[in-house]
Design a protein around this ligand. Structure first.
Ligand code: NAD
Length: 358
């Protein structure tokens, strides 16, 4: 399993995206976004996506370099046509617009259609927090169905993540809740398949709607030929909550933007909802962060359950991964690295020259 130094991997990914026709700065934005996801422990949204991004650019589903444009706006809202550019380019632009509007009016909402896959949604929350704002967002994937309705037995919805990012007293440690509304992201099933491991009960159903712990059943590659489905967050007990959130994400992301819902739309694209709120227009940023610090101390105080050392707040697991991976580089499995090399070769980029330990 190769380990690749962070800057070497970022530069290599940027070369690949540039070779698909992206201007240098945009190629770098996409590369930094994907490597940023690996760094934060979300390998399913990291450089493993290079292959599908490059394929989409080749098929014309992504148009590198297309300029996102505001299709309609008011002082506090913007509807953005992403032009089919790479998602991280469109979403970074969209959150930039939301922040600028929030500076003017206290709240800015950007809704984008014709956007590529935007990756780790928390990144755009961190963009808002860096500007002293609260960031809220969600994305759907029009036309994609891998999650059941609550009580349903087959694929109906996407994994539809929802995100809330809050500034805190420590600018390096914002609260970033960034979660799929399915019980887990699909990438975790792929990881379990590759590792030959069972998944916990209440994650998936097989193609006949029966509970299973064999992740291959999700892909129709286990005992059942029909593809199974992921359950909404909350599982059999309270999955109606995850299902409700998932539907809300469909509406906020796919319907508000016109990008489409699970019923229709261009597969592989994202409907995007991003919002910035300026705490200064409410009780004030200092009041907000001081009260948040007290709240954090309150919820993290003992007693804790047996075997639990500490209560973590959302965003902390990612920061811990970031510290470790920044120091040691990013470990990629052989299959992922092989696929990246093939994607690179398909756009005329040769093997990585430095920064890799086999
Ligand atoms: P996850 O389950 O690993 O984490 C969800 C949230 O819980 C995070 O905010 C994390 O900080 C927090 N968390 C994790 N462990 C915790 C603990 N012990 N205590 C307190 N908080 C904890 O994430 P996920 O749901 O698998 O989503 C992974 C990524 O996939 C996200 O970045 C999401 O944006 C992305 N995603 C993107 C798309 C898309 O179409 N662009 C679709 C689905 C998911």
């Amino acid at each position: 399993m190769p380990t690749v130094a962070v800057e070497a991997l970022t530069a290599y990914a940027a070369r690949i995206f540039a070779a698909t026709g992206a201007p240098a700065q945009e190629a770098r934005t996409v590369a930094e976004h994907l490597v940023g996801a690996n760094l934060r422990g979300h390998d399913s949204h990291g450089v493993i996506r290079i292959t599908s991004y490059v394929e989409r650019a080749r098929d014309g589903a992504i148009v590198p370099g297309a300029r996102p444009r505001i299709a309609r706006e008011t002082v506090s809202t913007a509807l953005i046509d992403g032009g089919l550019n790479y998602g991280p380019v469109v979403a970074t632009y969209a959150m930039g617009i939301a922040i600028a509007k929030a500076r003017e009016t206290g709240v800015g909402v950007a809704s984008a259609f014709r956007s590529g896959h935007i990756g780790r949604v928390g990144a755009y929350g961190e963009q808002a927090v860096a500007a002293g704002m609260i960031g809220i967002g969600s994305v759907n994937t029009p036309g994609t169905r891998i999650v059941t309705a609550f009580g349903g037995a087959s694929r109906r919805l996407g994994t539809n993540p929802i995100m809330v990012a809050l500034p805190t007293e420590d600018p390096a440690a914002p609260f970033v809740l960034d979660m799929a509304t399915s019980v887990v992201a699909e990438g975790k099933l792929r990881v379990a398949v590759n590792a030959g491991k069972a998944v916990p009960e209440a994650w998936i159903l097989d193609g006949d709607g029966h509970p299973t712990t064999d992740p291959r059943d999700f892909y129709g590659a286990g005992g059942n030929e029909r593809a199974g489905a992921l359950l909404p967050v909350g599982g059999p007990a309270s999955g109606y909550k995850g299902f409700g959130l998932n539907m809300a994400v469909e509406a906020l992301s796919g319907l508000l933007s016109g990008a489409g819902s699970a019923v229709e739309g261009a597969r592989g694209s994202n409907g995007v909802f991003l919002m910035a709120l300026d705490p200064e227009r409410f009780a004030g940023l200092d009041v907000f962060t001081a009260m948040f610090a007290a709240l954090a101390q309150h919820v993290q105080a003992p007693p804790l359950q047996p075997g639990v050392d500490e209560v973590l707040l959302a965003g902390e697991p990612e920061r811990r991964a970031l510290r470790a991976r920044n120091a040691h580089g990013i470990v990629l499995d052989d299959e992922t690295w092989k696929q990246i090399a093939l994607a690179a070769a398909s756009v005329g980029v040769g093997p990585i020259e430095a920064g890799i330990t086999p």
